[in-house]
Ligand binder design. Structure first.
Ligand code: PMP
Length: 504
């Protein structure tokens, strides 16, 4: 039965036109210029199956950004649906303030097991006996405790507050300061915004925020230290530099330590900075950068909201582990419950936990919590999600998909409007430029990325750009044919929208 037929059957359900009117009249959409939005007929999603979304008129689209980077195994997955239904038949929600619940306890155990596992092994993702390449400083930072919340921003708020208070209580700093990366995005709540460094989003609120320090992030394609001429390849592969970005970082952390107030924490998105424009770090940067920060006394906060749960590599539960980094805090959200329920988790160490223990009257309690902390429906979906992630055939499918994506993206180099293609696992950012030889960008006001994505939507492929970068982030269940259609629609859309110059 199509969504239209269903609506005809269920009399009283608003028509597609009425729904569009309701949206226009009442809903304010995130990160959206509402004046533009109100001029257009909205796509109203009614159903999904696998990598396919269906709108109220029955039109089908490929979900090429996994519903804003959340969906892992596709929509309407029988295993995830079953897990949520089974939990729903018992209880939808009860509070974690003063009560425990079964799925949250089981999930916390499973997360801790995976987040301390340093890497892949020949027997697959799930073995308990990984022949480990030991992550750096593993002994400092065995993750032991899970604090649940409901989204990426709150997961980062929790990490921030814990790291701040831990620095004070452990006597490491009386005025804890944080270091994060240029272009960092850690969410939209005020603490997370303070850690962020994207002027377009954050500047207006600067007087509302506490001060954090920012340090250069590796953005090889536009790095002032990269002396390589533009090539038709990922800029990380042909960069000519001497890791000056790490020298800058080293100076910064040393200077702060010399002031007698080492950074409470170095906060980073491992391997790839998402909202900055899918900026992928060159191999080795993360291990070196976190090593420098640690040596100078900073704890490590890994924002794995986007990168966790095998997004950056089929066998790697955490992106940090790909560079043998074991953080002191890990934030997970987005795909944690498979992209089905709002659920997030902040993982930390026993040492941090212990700093909040005391007699009640000492008031060392972590006075923080959310009404939906540890929600059983979300936790049940997450337990099922972690099982799916560890399934051998799923793992092999992801491996195949990663290399198919790599192959498909190669075909885009023939377009002169492609400046850089950055792929890490099943995340790809395609940077559109006016002139690939000079790397001249399109002015943001030209809306090149938006226009290309609009054209892709017209061809039945949905994704959102970040400025001039088109994001492809397919669900893990995507078929090769669907993947090819995603890339093909991007190629055709660049040609028709940005047109002009011939293929290279
Ligand atoms: N951290 C990162 C790395 C993110 O990409 C995002 C969201 N794009 C967030 C935090 C915030 O997550 P949420 O939107 O769930 O609050």
């Amino acid at each position: 039965m199509t969504p239209k037929q269903r609506r005809q059957r269920d009399k009283g359900t608003p028509s597609a036109a009425q729904l569009a009117k309701l949206d226009h009249q009442y809903v304010w959409h995130p990160f959206t210029q509402m004046r533009d939005w109100l001029r257009k007929k909205p796509v109203i999603i009614a159903e999904g199956n696998g990598a396919v979304l269906r709108d109220v008129d029955g039109r089908e689209y490929l979900d090429a950004n996994s519903s804003i980077w959340t969906n892992l195994h596709g929509h309407n997955h029988p295993v995830l649906n079953r897990a949520i239904r089974a939990q729903l038949s018992r209880i939808g929600h009860s509070s974690a303030l003063g009560l425990a619940n079964e799925p949250a306890s089981i999930l916390a155990r499973d997360l801790i097991a995976l987040a301390n596992r340093p890497g892949p092994n020949p027997d697959g993702f799930a073995s308990r006996h990984s022949p480990t390449r030991s992550p750096r400083s593993n002994s400092h930072s065995r993750l032991a405790k899970v604090f649940f919340s409901d989204n990426g921003s709150t997961a980062m708020e929790v990490a921030l507050k814990l790291a701040y208070e831990y620095a004070r209580r452990s006597g490491r700093s009386r005025r804890p300061r944080f270091l994060s990366l240029d272009g960092a995005y850690h969410g939209d709540t005020v603490g997370a915004v303070a850690l962020g460094h994207i002027d377009l989003f954050h500047q207006s609120y600067s007087r509302l925020l506490f001060k954090t320090d920012k340090v250069m992030a590796p953005y090889c394609y536009r790095c002032p230290f990269n002396h390589a001429r533009a090539e038709r390849a990922d800029a990380r592969d042909y960069r000519k530099c001497h890791w000056e970005c790490l020298d800058v970082l080293e100076k910064k952390v040393c200077r702060q330590r010399k002031k007698g107030n080492p950074y409470a924490a170095f906060v980073f998105e491992p391997l790839i900075q998402g909202a900055a424009g899918i900026i992928a770090q060159p191999s080795g940067w993360l291990q070196r950068a976190t090593g420098l920060a640690r040596t100078q006394g900073a704890l490590l906060v890994a924002d794995e909201v986007l990168t966790g749960l095998c997004r950056t590599g089929s066998e790697w539960f955490l992106a940090s582990h790909q560079e043998q980094v074991q953080p002191d805090f890990v934030a997970l959200a987005k795909g944690l419950a498979g992209g089905y329920m709002p659920l997030a988790a902040t993982l930390t160490t026993q040492a941090v936990f212990d700093a909040f223990l005391g007699d009640y009257a000492e008031f060392k309690t972590f006075f923080h919590g959310h009404s939906f902390t540890g929600n059983p429906l979300g936790a049940s979906a997450a337990i099922a999600n972690l099982k799916l992630l560890q399934d051998r055939s799923g793992l092999r499918w992801r491996q195949r998909l990663e290399s198919q994506l790599r192959d498909a993206l190669r075909s885009l180099w023939q377009l002169p409007q492609i400046g850089d293609i950055r792929q890490v696992g099943l995340i790809a950012g395609i940077e559109l430029v006016k002139n690939w030889r000079t790397r001249e960008p399109f002015a943001l006001s030209e809306r090149a990325g938006i226009r290309v994505c609009d054209a892709m939507a017209g061809k039945g492929v949905l994704t959102r750009p970040i400025g001039n970068v088109v994001v492809l982030m397919p669900p893990y269940c995507t078929t090769q044919q669907q993947l090819n259609r995603m890339v093909e629609s991007l190629r055709e859309s660049v040609r028709t929208v940005l047109g002009g110059a011939k293929s290279i």
